[in-house]
Write a protein of this length. Structure first.
Length: 460
């Protein structure tokens, strides 16, 4: 932890990644440059080995020049961008706009016939973590209803004020979604809603010329510090390297990609020899459905019995309060001892909930103990996936603390005489999913069926 607090190249590394390379969408030149950045960073940090592991995404996607304007009863331009991995829409004129409220089944029934219409979905302004999770959870059933009702496209109102735009996707496996969708600036959507509320028919012009291609190659970057006593057993510290491209991916998740590299540097520079091997992973394709970490788990499934733990950072720069243990109550007692050095920073609280929206997920489905950093919101939510997610939002002093916390827990997991927890069986994983109610969220996104069919997760 002392070594992690010393001056290092982390600020320069992060500046090169964000200001230099910018937003990093798989399949782009920027993403390839980021992979090279990760390889160079690990080598400079003193890794025993560094390599890239290739995998494929099913489709390439890039936004064209999305255009939207209201043409009646008033005329004004609307700030709109396409939802990622949504299909293109050829230019449409005088499209009927229907206010669908919150997009519930009752709202659709009340709206009546929306076939061929652009449906406007309201949102609440985002303030807390729960608001962000709600934004993701409510989208899939709205899409289901819109497709069934034969709507032309969906316009989601932004959850951020001041015309701030951001990029989400509702596709979970890097495949192209079922209906064109745009995110509309909060103020423009409110203006449209007020016009519709005055019972004036509202029509709009809309063009979404997205560029879509075939399968694309991506890669995870993996480095190692070789274990001194049990080199075939391993602990993994990871963060995702990819980002959306409206901003430069500083909070999500460039700062934590730089953290992983600097944690390797700190452990190596401190001269400690971990009992188990420590792997440091920069995953790609996280924003498209954790595709990179899923590919990693699939490629390394045969050795997961020897995985002693996976630590993931993916929530910006807010103060770390502790770690989520993925529903693993059996590891709490031992891990409480491992995180004791973090108590002076109030970063040692363990929670027994389970998370699915980041790169711990597929390891968790394989029964491997996972530890996701719990963090305060700080400035993360307003800038999340947004054009404002840039280098200047990162508190470097706080980031250095996170490096120390990540290095401490990772090294402690690698040095225990015995692993903190055994690998769970499939039945035990499913029991954990039920106990944490994670199964309900997975059903909303269609991932539960992947688990039940055996497409995802441990086979037995």
């Amino acid at each position: 932890m002392a070594e992690a607090q010393k001056p290092s190249a982390i600020e320069t590394n992060l500046r090169n990644l964000t200001d230099g390379i910018g937003g990093r969408v798989p399949g782009t030149l920027a993403m390839q440059r980021a992979i090279e950045w990760g390889e160079a960073g690990f080598k400079a940090a003193g890794a025993d080995s560094v390599h890239a592991e290739q995998f494929q995404l099913p489709a390439a996607w890039a936004e064209g020049a999305t255009e939207m304007s209201v043409v009646a009863p008033e005329q004004f331009s609307v700030r709109a961008i396409s939802i990622a991995w949504a299909p293109a829409l050829a230019p449409q004129h005088n499209v009927r706009v229907v206010d669908i409220g919150q997009g519930t089944a009752e709202d659709f029934a009340k709206a009546g016939d929306v076939a061929g219409a652009l449906i406007l979905v309201h949102s609440e302004e985002m303030h807390k973590w729960d608001d962000l999770f709600e934004e993701y959870l409510r989208a899939p059933p709205i899409i289901d209803r819109a497709v069934k009702a034969k709507a032309m496209a969906i316009a989601f109102q932004s959850t951020r004020p001041h015309d701030l735009m951001y990029r989400h996707t509702n596709a979970i496996e890097g495949d192209i979604d079922r209906i064109p969708m745009v995110l509309v600036a909060r103020e423009d959507a409110s203006r449209m809603a007020r016009l519709l509320a005055s019972r004036q028919p509202l029509t709009a012009d809309l063009s979404i010329p997205n560029k879509i291609g075939g399968p694309i190659s991506a890669a995870n970057v993996v480095a190692e510090i070789r274990g001194s006593e049990k080199p075939d057993e391993f602990v993994l510290l990871g963060a995702h390297l990819d980002s959306w491209e409206l901003g430069t991916g500083a909070l999500d998740n460039g700062c934590n990609a730089a953290l992983v590299i600097d944690a390797l540097r700190a452990i190596k520079a401190a001269g400690v020899k971990p009992r188990r091997t420590i792997r440091f992973a920069l995953f790609s394709g996280e924003e498209e459905g954790m595709i990179g970490s899923h590919a990693y788990v699939t490629a390394h499934r045969a050795e997961l019995d020897k995985a002693a733990g996976v630590v993931i950072f993916d929530s910006g720069i807010g103060r770390v309060t502790g770690f989520s243990v993925g529903g693993r109550k059996d590891v709490v007692e031992m891990v409480n001892q491992l995180v004791a050095p973090l108590k002076p920073w109030n970063a040692a609280t363990l929670t027994t909930d389970a998370e699915w929206g980041t790169d711990n997920f597929d390891f968790m489905l394989e029964g491997v103990p996972t530890f996701v950093a719990n963090q305060e919101e700080a400035n993360y939510l307003i800038n999340y996936h947004a054009s404002s997610d840039t280098f200047d939002k990162v508190d470097m002093r706080q980031l250095k603390k996170h490096v120390a916390e990540a290095a401490e827990l990772t090294l402690a997991l690698a040095d225990t005489p015995e692993p903190v927890g055994s690998r769970l069986t499939r039945a035990q994983v499913e029991q954990t999913l039920h106990e944490t109610h994670l199964d309900d969220q997975l059903k909303v996104f269609g991932i539960w069926q992947e688990w039940k069919s055996g497409k995802r997760g441990r086979s037995q």
